[in-house]
Design a protein around this ligand. Structure first.
Ligand SMILES: N[C@@H](CCC(=O)N[C@@H](CS)C(=O)NCC(=O)O)C(=O)O
Length: 287
């Protein structure tokens, strides 16, 4: 549920929220401010509704498998949010205001104005964001310890395995300037192995940890990426059925579609792609 794309207010300061949205996003976020209770000619009952509406979560995002995890969760929970695009191909992840909330210069990140104690909180790392939103809403992340451990196992499996391995497979197959057969084979094998693990886990289960959870949301984008790399899904029938199951969910569809148009701008622009390569690959520690 993307709400009015309000610009950040700049009232909060410190690490828990950036003073202003990452500079390069300024233009892309709509200027319309979120309605303020008690201002304007709002009829009485509508005024009450507005007063109760939670301030939207700021989603720092670019449409990639890691970004989709959070857009899907926000959509599933029907939480109001404001999209703050972080164009990683243009280096917006290095904007000082963004680094204050995401020191690893990676998106996604969120700022929740209504964090613990009613105060703003920022969260980076997609797994941490999913767990935070799961705890906040009580949805898709069970409170029961045994069930929660099962979700955590598959969430961390995605964070430490499926995501990084598929990412490397994609890098060496599609972006590396030289084709290195050893690297391509190594990571493609890993994707294949992980698909096998997932397929087995889905025997007699519709979702990775039993009930639909943040672990499934974390994995779908990376499975789609592995499929694009050419995995033969006939070998993984339960995984193929899981993909279909997830893709039928309207919130998953909305999450995967969020900001699609942002990427298209550079899709047919070789110069922009070359620039993106320089920014994204070969990063080293910065002073
Ligand atoms: N472990 C991080 C990984 C996030 C990540 O790698 N994001 C990529 C896009 S998918 C990014 O922001 N890249 C920017 C860069 O490489 O500078 C998470 O799950 O949040």
């Amino acid at each position: 549920m993307v709400k009015a794309k309000a610009a950040t207010s700049g009232r909060r300061g410190n690490r828990s929220s950036p003073a202003v949205a990452a500079k390069p996003n300024k233009k892309k976020t709509a200027k319309r401010a979120a309605p303020r209770p008690g201002k304007g000619k709002t009829p009485g009952n509508a005024k009450a509704r507005i007063a109760k509406a939670p301030a939207p979560i700021e989603l720092y995002y670019w449409p990639t498998p890691n970004g989709w995890k959070i857009s899907i969760m926000l959509e599933e929970c029907r939480l109001p949010y404001v999209l703050k695009p972080v164009n990683i191909s243009k280096g917006e992840q290095f904007a000082p205001a963004f680094l204050k909330i995401s020191p690893n210069n990676r998106m996604p990140a969120i700022v929740d104005p209504a964090g613990p104690g009613g105060r703003p909180i920022s969260v980076f790392e997609s797994g941490a964001i999913l767990q935070y939103l799961g705890r906040k809403t009580g949805k898709f992340y069970p409170a029961d310890e045994r069930r929660r451990v099962a979700v955590d196992e598959w969430l961390f499996w995605q964070m430490g395995g499926l995501g990084p391995m598929t990412g490397q497979a994609n890098h060496f197959a599609n972006y590396a300037p030289e084709k290195i057969p050893y690297a391509i084979t190594r990571y493609r094998n890993e994707v294949n192995r992980l698909f096998g693990v997932m397929d087995k886990q889905l025997t007699g289960r519709d979702y990775l940890a039993g009930a639909y959870s943040i672990a499934d949301m974390a994995s779908i984008g990376w499975v789609l990426s592995g499929i694009r790399l050419g995995e033969d899904m006939a070998k993984f029938p339960r995984l193929a059925a899981w993909v279909e199951r997830l893709q039928k969910r309207p919130a998953v569809q909305r999450g995967l579609a969020l900001g699609k148009e942002l990427r298209q701008v550079q899709a047919n622009d070789p110069k922009a792609q070359e620039e993106a390569r320089k920014i994204l690959f070969g990063q080293r520690a910065r002073p």
